[in-house]
Design a binder for this molecule. Sequence first.
Ligand code: FAD
Length: 448
Amino acid sequence: MNIVLGAGLTGLSVAFHLVKQGKRVIILEKTDRTGGQIRTIEKDGFVFETGPNTGVISNPETAELLRTLHPNCVTQVADPSSSCRLIWKNGKFHALPSGIIGGITTPLFSLQDKLRIIGEPFRRRGNDPNESVGALAVRRLGRSFLDYAVDPFVSGIYAGDPMRLVTRHALPKLYNLEHTYGSFIRGAVTIGLSGFKNARSKGVTKEIFSVRGGLSQLTNSLADAIGRENIILSADSILLERSEDRWRVSFASPSGRFDLNAGRVITTLGAHALSPLLPFAPEVEMNKIARLRYAPVVQISIGIRNIGKRNFRAFGGLVPSCEHQDVLGVLFPSACFNGRAPEGGMLFSLFAGGIKNPHMVELSDREIENLAIQTFHQMLGFPPDVEPDLLHISRHQNAIPQYESDTGERLSAVNTLQNRFRGLTIAGNLRDGISIADRIRQGASLIS
Ligand SMILES: Cc1cc2nc3c(=O)[nH]c(=O)nc-3n(C[C@H](O)[C@H](O)[C@H](O)COP(=O)(O)OP(=O)(O)OC[C@H]3O[C@@H](n4cnc5c(N)ncnc54)[C@H](O)[C@@H]3O)c2cc1C
């Protein structure tokens, strides 16, 4: 028997693959629902996410899972207009350029850096394996590219600080472009010419996706396929003990305290939740794992029933930290996917906080609402007499793990514990990437 701890996307994904292999699985989940950080709510004609809004079909495992779950879970690919990304500068949004003309005319980057980019393919390769994303960006592209492209991009994914995230761990594809091909531009062109065709044959389209009815439909379909009878919700005070070559897993539930025996236990919880479950693990190793920092994030869904003649045809807008605003960015989910807002209306998903502004999650509802309304008027351009029809606040204290300079030590502690305690797998987004596609891939990789 296999016991999976946590019914977020990782736990559901690994359990789904184990069940497909004919193995017996029980998931123990602390809360009274499946999905973890993924949660879709339907209210007043709006369908909104309180956590992640979109995934990317960036690996074969994600493509395969979406195919397998169809038609219980129907993939929605984002409208082509979502290729437009907006960046806030000097009081307004500007489109992030994608072509040469846009690259020359954009006000986002300095003239010096625009000229400098021509030399990027000829710049020397870095030799610091722990170089931060920020340092790498300045070295290869220039300061204005860090400020108005890389910093907001990193905010959008990690709600993190580019000067602290280690490229090799946080953005391994970017790291490999430089280390394999010597340059971002050369690497992107080479992959574009050779690798993309191969990836496409495995269904890797790089498209942005959600699913009809919202991302909870994805986790609900996984839970249905695993079998709801194999998922124990409201399982509290879980404790693992090694007895001979098996694991004894005890937990409390509303109907009493129970013990299960398993050959294998897979944890998918955050690093902050692991220590009490594994009292037998040496403190020195546990500390290396528990030290992982998480960015706290506040997400606010804003809905409006009638946008008049306003146009929001883009994925959304990101706000560079050098612009000193209280928001990290605002996504336009209803511009990307049908069925998120009433006809003629619009749904926005606003993010604030992050590793640089952790205090934002502590603000009162009233203060967060004021921020949302201010953003609605000043950033999204609605006149002062127009009010949103929907405001919904979600706080995530431990939202996004930061793959910073302690990552190497954490990964080696995970390996040490896994080697020492047979049948224990420490998974989840404390390693192997934070995105939805990374979580699905990790789930598929843990079946042997
Ligand atoms: C606000 C926000 C926005 C995001 N946006 C995006 C995005 O747009 N695109 C993207 O690709 N990724 C995004 N992410 C990241 C992505 O959502 C996560 O990495 C992913 O959902 C994590 O899944 P998981 O199963 O590893 O962890 P979780 O979803 O955290 O699941 C862990 C589960 O373990 C349970 N648990 C905790 N402690 C215990 C315990 N002691 N015993 C039993 N169970 C326990 C929890 O209740 C939870 O259900 C976002 C994350 C957040 C928070």
